[in-house]
Design a protein around this ligand. Structure first.
Ligand code: PLP
Length: 380
């Protein structure tokens, strides 16, 4: 893959295209056709689509699911929720977590404000993981669905999905999971996990933006979000983005080919914090509980935005755990949910790495932190 310069440490935000995706993309110069057409071209494209869906399902261990293509994970998440609530009677309980991505959280809050759902948000502990006792206490017979993200985009924490599914099923609730950050970074076996619906996004898997997926165990739950053509079994109108799905399947294949070769980012993070006492982890990283690629850190004496800008000037792109508007620090709900001290929570930056990251990149980043040392106070 072409080397990115400056160093890119924001893979949870989006990923570059991997070589196999670029190669497949170039091949699309020789392909055309609408997969709804019965002629040669249409059927050729239909075949590519079917293969892509099979590959994605195979890689995620999701052979028993129906995979629908859509424009983004934002759409997939909303589509699922919209479908469930479309013809529901009464005010069902829906349980989610305080650390969901805005594209899950905002629709949930909207429906709750409309009085359409009884929304319960499960808190997380200081480790960024939901407390199963609290989660279980929220479940009742009127629980229609639980929506728990598998892995968090800001802090990388992985939720105990098998326990979530088991508890939800004990009251007959459906389980949805936003697996945007988990797909391609964790080995998944969705057929055995027992979730009912899963949202995916191609651009987190070294494929282009503008392509998402909604996988469901039973398509009779789905309702069309748009009125229009009869594509995708009349459930998602609009010409299917076959190229997007083809590239998504190639990107996901790349991820799972690379997964066993990734760098030990957390070991590097520990060394960084030892070398620079002004850098601190914000969560205790327990093995298997945080994505291998995600490193949320606090840097003393820099509020998040300033640290991000300074690092950007030094040559490494990271993300912030907060926004800064008119001088006030607006801490993200995910970081707030961790109940950290203000000193830490205003200073969070997220470094997220990818399969193309090299140990040389990590050495360079460590060395760049020397320039942050000036004016920095060590964390006690
Ligand atoms: N869910 C999570 C956990 C994400 O990280 C993102 C993207 O940042 C999304 C959903 C939204 O994905 P998309 O950009 O495909 O709408």
């Amino acid at each position: 893959m072409a080397k990115l310069s400056p160093i890119y440490a924001d893979y949870n935000s989006t990923t570059p295209l991997c070589d196999s995706v670029v190669e497949a993309f170039l091949n699309w110069q020789r392909i055309t056709g609408n997969m709804s057409s019965a002629h040669y071209f249409g059927q050729q494209v239909h075949g590519i689509y079917d293969d892509a869906c099979d590959v994605i399902k195979e890689l995620l261990g999701a052979r028993s699911f129906d995979l629908f293509s859509c424009g983004s994970a934002t759409e997939a998440n909303y589509w699922w929720l919209y479908s469930l609530l479309n013809d529901v009677k009464g005010v069902p309980r829906i349980i989610s977590t305080v650390i969901e991505h805005p594209c899950v959280m905002e629709p949930l809050l909207y429906y709750a404000e409309q009085g359409r759902i009884d929304l319960q948000l499960c808190p997380v502990g200081p480790d960024g993981v939901i407390d199963m006792d609290v989660f279980k206490s929220l479940l009742n017979e009127s629980t229609l669905m639980v929506s728990v993200m598998y892995a968090n985009n800001e802090i990388g924490t992985i939720q105990p999905m098998a326990d979530v599914v088991q508890a939800a099923k004990s009251v007959g609730a459906l389980v949805h999971s936003d697996m945007v950050q988990a797909a391609g970074k964790l080995r998944l076996d969705l057929d055995n996990l027992g979730v009912d619906a899963v949202s995916l996004s191609a651009h987190k898997c070294y494929a282009p933006t503008g392509c998402g997926g909604l996988m469901v165990r039973d398509k009779s739950w789905l309702r069309p979000l748009f009125l229009g053509g009869s594509q995708q079994q009349k459930l998602r109108a609009g010409t299917v983005n076959v190229m997007g799905m083809d590239l998504f399947s190639k990107g996901l294949t790349y991820c799972y080919d690379q997964l066993s070769h990734h760098l030990d980012i957390h070991a590097w993070g520990r060394e960084l914090c030892q070398r620079f006492k002004f850098v601190s982890p914000i969560i205790q990283i327990k093995p298997g509980q945080v994505l291998w690629n995600t490193l949320p850190l606090a840097i003393s004496n820099y509020i998040s935005h300033d640290a991000m800008m300074r690092l950007d000037m030094l040559g490494v792109a990271v993300a912030t755990g907060s926004a800064c508007s008119t001088g006030a620090v607006d801490i993200s709900p995910v970081i707030s949910a961790l109940n950290l001290s203000n000193e830490l929570s205003e200073r969070v930056v997220r470094l997220s790495f990818g399969y193309p990251t090299t140990s040389d990149d990590l050495i360079k980043i460590s060395d760049l932190f020397v320039s942050l040392e000036t004016n920095s106070v060590n964390f006690s």
